[in-house]
Design a protein around this ligand. Structure first.
Ligand code: PRX
Length: 635
């Protein structure tokens, strides 16, 4: 029996039971089988969820890029590691071999060193989906610098917050980025952000759009000339298994984003293991994950997981709608993609378009389809299954989080029978449970509760950068001795899990996690605004959209004040980014509050959902008349 390539459900259960009976032996086997360690571990696992303190492969030493690149050279030197598909379909795709990837990463590593970056320093990467993004990430890992990739759709202010939180010494960016028919001035955004980032001493700028940009002498450097003269070899820094590999920010329920800290050894083992298993990866497959490397999905399943397996991974710069809605399907045909991993939002958006876009292309190379980031509704699942998978390609609905580092609950293709909307069963090594209102674990099934994980897994985040207490409070204090995911879930009587959505103030819009607090803070900065509350409501493409209730300082007849709505959304775009814009803005004289002054979001959510037949217990409500008014004027 292999821990990989599980062939049927019975074998899954065998592997799963083994992994739970003795997790340490299970993960030790995986770690021994597949990687280059410079020094072996003294202990597989040490954990204490009360502190919390989690250590995997303690005492081991390695460099993740040696495992993702150098290790493959003997057998796969000329194999394509990264297949870059540009935004413009008329621009040639680039096949970057493992050999070439090594050279680029080594050169980049030397550039970083020359600019004074040392092991442990933080480097912010703010780049479009171009090969330099992959080189930058891997070059940081090669020298032991901690990368913090910030999605290049975030605004200057959001970028500055993230740079300052982890005191990055350097920013790596480009002159601009192409997205569909738009060109975005990335360097301009970086310049604006850096006005308030004292820790940054240098900026590397890759050339992509040939836009004329300002270069600040002594701070900004074009990347290419430095790469050209840089030495083509770099001996990888030897890292401790528990040394931080990267920081990745995710929204939380307070204003400050959480810099999730992921470490080296366990993250590598788990992403490599899950990549191989969940996508049933075989040599010569061409794997395409459409996420951006600015999110965890891109970190784990565009870069580290596939490269650790010596796979060919596609890096797509563009968007699904450019030059037309057939772009994804055209790329699948062109590169003979075998595994395709995308977000339900993209599927819903493409399902709205004519079927001709899909039918025009040969998708017969596909073996496995995946989804991630939000629940997939039944209709979208069937559309994907029927039109893309042609009814014969298993769909893996993968549930996981920035914090978990890798896929946690997912079918295994050809082994786990799938049911639309169910992420199905925990992967080997993962021990989920459901907890009820009284904080007790629910043992039987079917059951509905808050989803927790009872036992550590190798790729779990170890902390929040600079705020371990917040890490503890957010994830380990709600339920004793358990990691709390923030999600609700249902477990059916066969043990399958279906994720029902967030149970906190995070709203998932088009697969992006948005905390309501930072958006409310942005809205409240508008001079006309006194207070606001934001909730989510169902949206047929985005999954959820945002509904803002806004109290103005000067009341008056402003219910249809469209200019004000535009200004508020403009402010949100500046403070956070366009992904956080409000779909609906209702101006209201008040917000429903409890006697202790807490906004009753439950009521606002019901109104946004147009479900006001039963508002539940309103006995603690201070101002019931406001609710009437909000219902009457709801959008
Ligand atoms: O609510 C869950 C939802 O996305 C959240 C994690 O978001 P993020 O940290 O941005 O990571 C997304 C990519 C891994 C979860 O708490 N989520 C993720 N995958 C699914 C999902 N909800 C339902 N089904 C999924 N497959």
């Amino acid at each position: 029996m292999s821990n990989y390539h599980i062939k049927n459900l019975e074998e899954y259960y065998q592997v799963y039971r083994k992994s739970v009976r003795d997790p340490e032996t299970f993960w030790e086997e995986v770690a021994e089988e597949h990687f280059v360690w410079r020094k072996r571990w003294n202990r597989v696992l040490h954990w204490d969820f009360t502190k919390p303190e989690i250590k995997w492969f303690e005492g081991a030493e390695l460099n993740i890029t040696e495992n993702c690149i150098d290790r493959h050279l003997a057998t796969r030197g000329d194999k394509t590691a990264i297949l870059f598909e540009p935004n413009d379909p008329n621009e040639k795709a680039q096949h970057i071999s493992y050999k070439e990837l090594r050279r680029k990463v080594c050169q980049f590593a030397n550039v970083l060193k020359e600019k004074g970056i040392q092991k442990g320093d933080r480097v912010c990467i703010y780049l479009p989906m171009i090969p330099e993004l992959a080189y930058a990430v891997l070059a940081c890992a090669r020298i032991g610098a901690i990368h913090s990739v910030v999605f290049a759709g975030f605004s200057a202010s959001a970028l500055a917050t993230r740079i300052n939180d982890s005191e990055c010494k350097m920013v790596i960016t480009s002159d601009g980025s192409f997205r569909g028919n738009k060109t975005i001035d990335l360097k301009g955004i970086v310049d604006e952000a850096l006005e308030s980032c004292p820790s940054v001493t240098s900026v590397l700028v890759a050339k992509r759009t040939q836009t004329t940009i300002a270069m600040k002498a002594g701070r900004d450097y074009w990347l290419e000339p430095l790469m050209e003269v840089a030495y083509k070899d770099y001996v990888p820094e030897v890292m401790d298994a528990e040394d931080p590999l990267f920081i990745l920010y995710t929204s939380g329920s307070t204003g400050m984003p959480k810099g999730m800290v992921h470490t080296t050894g366990g993250y590598m083992v788990y992403t490599a293991y899950t990549f191989k298993n969940v996508f049933q990866y075989r040599e010569n497959d061409i794997f395409w994950c459409t996420a951006d490397i600015g999110w965890i999905t891109g970190h784990s399943y565009i870069l580290y997981g596939p490269l650790a397996n010596g796979a060919t991974t596609v890096l797509f710069e563009g968007v699904p709608s450019y030059p037309d809605f057939g772009r994804f399907w055209q790329i699948i045909e062109k590169h003979k993609i075998t595994q395709f991993y995308t977000a339900p939002t993209a599927i819903r958006a493409l399902a709205k378009e004519k079927l001709d876009y899909v039918e025009a292309y040969d998708l017969s190379s596909l073996k496995v389809l995946g989804t991630v980031g939000e629940p997939i509704n039944e209709e979208a699942w069937h559309w994907y299954n029927d039109n893309v998978g042609k009814g014969k390609t298993p769909i893996v609905d993968t549930w996981w989080q920035t914090e978990t580092g890798g896929i946690m609950i997912s079918p295994i293709p050809f082994a786990t029978p799938t049911i639309p909307t169910f992420a199905t069963l925990p992967l080997p090594g993962i021990q989920p449970c459901l907890v009820d209102e009284d904080n007790l674990e629910i043992n039987g099934s079917p059951a509905n509760g808050k989803l927790c994980i009872k036992f550590p897994w190798p790729s779990m985040a170890r902390s929040i950068w600079g705020n371990h207490q917040r890490f503890r409070d957010t994830y380990f204090s709600t339920f004793e001795n358990k990691y709390f995911t923030g999600d609700g879930a249902l477990r059916d009587n066969t043990g399958y899990y279906r994720i029902t959505g967030r149970v906190d103030d995070v709203i998932i819009v088009s697969g992006h996690n948005l905390g309501t607090a930072p958006i409310e803070d942005a809205v409240n900065e508008h001079p006309a605004v006194a207070e606001s509350a934001i909730v989510g409501f169902p949206h047929d493409v985005k999954g959820n959209a945002l509904y803002g209730y806004v109290i103005l300082k000067e009341t008056g007849e402003v219910r249809n004040h469209d200019n004000l709505r535009k200004e508020i959304n403009q402010l949100i775009t500046e403070k956070i980014g366009p992904i956080a814009k409000l779909e609906k803005i209702q101006f209201t004289p008040g917000l429903p509050k409890t006697r202790s002054g807490k906004i009753m979001r439950r009521i606002l959510r019901k109104i946004a959902h147009k479900d006001t037949s039963d508002l539940g217990d309103t006995s603690t409500l201070l101002n019931p008349e406001v609710v009437e008014d909000i219902i009457k004027n709801a959008l």
